[in-house]
Design a protein. Structure first.
Length: 127
């Protein structure tokens, strides 16, 4: 089910996303697709992402759409600052000395976000 909203999913707040997913008005996958489209359109100017993986984000959203509500952030896409460890993406801290650094585990805050049902879109720049 890939339901489109009157407003784009990337324009909704976290509470609105959770409520619309719970009501069956949209899916996490649809919201993530809207975010991916917006990021693709604006990233050349904004340059906010150092690691952005649309396929991984869509896989997370797809899985969430097929399981019971996980928590308070079920289906909400977020970005994680590149100074915070994620097991599935590099954490390079904006420094060449950490290039390719692959943490073995999520930082506690990321683990809690995932447990609450958040979709990790990628890592945002550290300047």
């Amino acid at each position: 089910m890939d339901v489109k909203l009157a407003r784009s999913g990337n324009e909704l707040g976290a509470a609105e996303i959770v409520a619309k997913i719970a009501a069956g008005e949209t899916t996490s996958e649809a919201v993530v697709r809207d975010c991916i489209e917006r990021i693709a359109a604006r990233e050349p100017q904004v340059k906010a992402w150092v690691n952005f993986n649309p396929e991984l984000a869509l896989a997370q959203a797809h899985a969430l759409d097929r399981e019971p509500r996980r928590g308070a952030l079920h289906g909400v896409p977020i970005g994680v600052k590149d100074v915070i460890d994620t097991f599935d993406m590099p954490t390079e801290m904006g420094s060449p000395i950490y290039r390719g650094n692959r943490p073995m585990a999520d930082a506690a805050c990321v683990a809690l976000l995932r447990r609450a049902g958040a979709v990790i879109l990628g890592k945002t720049a550290t300047c």
